[in-house]
Design a protein around this ligand. Structure first.
Ligand code: HXC
Ligand code: NAP
Length: 293
């Protein structure tokens, strides 16, 4: 199967202006590339302007689309407001906000300084809040007919997870914001959805979550019932659909794309996957035998 196949029809995002926070690398870059291929204008933002400019140049050459690089640290509301003003100056309007920027690293929680915990909360929760509030106020003020916020969370937003507690805490907040505003802002034509990816290898995530030989020690494919990690295009396909008009009746949803990973961990008896086929006859006989006595 070709997991890198592209899903939507040509021009599916033509005429749309999309802002992708953290769009200079990893999954943000992959989604940006596909949005450009589908005809959208895209502004990519993060702290590192050099990196953004290189990515914008590369993607413009590859896709022929228009990609604007803008420096913006999402932790600062004034920088978010300036970024929005630049986007409006360049494109005249904005239709979609993709809250993708994040910070994360593994650590036993008791080893974290207060500042380390705050740093992750500030990028993920406060950053998504800053962008959502600035863009939402703009859309409401302009009485724009339809606009979309798409938030990238993760499955531990609802299960929780040790060793990434600031990230889990922040992503849970982003999910609550998604569902809350999906209802409150629907009257303004604003749709709010989220994607919860499982493992999609990127340099940014793997260096911080599986440093050194952890990647070979903890084979992520073993945690996934489909026995593979995600292909970036699979995520880009889902994101493109959720920001397009084709998903116009989807609001307040979180779509999981993880090959069944979190459910494998959650299901009480999923460990029985390790029982070899040939043992089942014996086990069935033992159980039936017990039942007849
Ligand atoms: C403990 C750490 C630490 C670590 C940093 N700190 N790394 N503490 N263990 N590994 C502490 C520092 O000592 C400092 O506290 C505080 O955190 C802030 O660190 P800075 O380096 O000053 O912060 P900053 O330069 O703002 O960088 C932010 C960052 C960095 C989050 C620390 O890693 C970053 O820029 N990340 C962006 C990209 C990223 O994280 N991508 C991965 C997303 S993956 P003190 O007290 O000393 O001042 C993801 C996947 C989810 O979210 C799900 C996967 C399945
Ligand atoms: P990544 O490449 O490290 O992406 C994170 C991006 O956020 C970077 O481009 C970074 O750019 C930007 N960023 C960090 N702090 C910022 C700030 N203060 N202001 C603005 N931008 C900031 O990692 P990724 O794997 O692609 O992650 C993308 C998203 O997917 C994140 O929301 C992550 O939680 C989510 N996710 C990833 C996985 C996975 O397996 N990869 C799984 C579940 C969820 P700068 O450094 O230039 O600022």
């Amino acid at each position: 199967m070709d997991f890198s196949a592209k899903m939507l029809r040509d021009d599916a995002l033509k005429g749309k202006t999309i802002v992708v926070t953290g769009g200079g690398s990893g999954l943000g870059k992959a989604m940006t590339k596909y949005f450009l291929e589908l005809g959208a204008n895209v502004a990519i933002t993060s702290r590192d302007l050099d990196k953004l400019q290189k990515t914008a140049e590369e993607l413009t050459t590859e896709t022929g689309g228009t990609c604007l690089a803008l420096q913006c640290d999402v932790r600062h509301y004034d920088q978010v407001e300036s970024m929005l003003a630049e986007v409006l100056k360049a494109f005249g309007k904005v239709d979609v906000l993709l809250n993708n920027a994040a910070g994360n690293f593994i650590s036993p929680t008791e080893r974290l300084s207060a500042n380390a915990f705050d740093t992750i909360i500030d990028i993920v929760l406060k950053g998504s809040k800053n962008c959502t509030l600035a863009f939402g106020k703009h859309w409401i003020d302009k009485k724009q007919e339809s606009s979309v916020v798409l938030n990238i969370v993760t499955t531990y937003a609802w299960t929780g997870s040790g060793y990434v507690v600031p990230s889990a805490t922040a992503k849970a907040g982003v999910l609550a914001m998604t569902r809350s505003l999906a209802v409150e802002w629907a009257k303004y034509g604003i749709r709010m959805n989220a994607i919860a990816p499982g493992p999609f290898p990127t340099k940014g995530a793997w260096e911080r979550l599986l440093p050194g030989d952890l990647a070979s020690k903890f084979d992520m494919t073993k945690k996934v019932p489909l026995r593979r990690v995600g292909n970036h295009q699979e995520l880009a396909n889902l994101a493109a659909y959720l920001v397009s008009d084709f998903s116009g009746y989807i609001n307040g949803e979180v779509v999981t794309i993880d090959g069944g990973e979190w459910l494998q961990g959650a299901g009480e008896f999923n460990m029985l996957e390790q029982i070899p086929q040939e043992m089942w006859d014996m086990l069935e006989a033992m159980i039936k035998n017990k039942g007849s006595k």
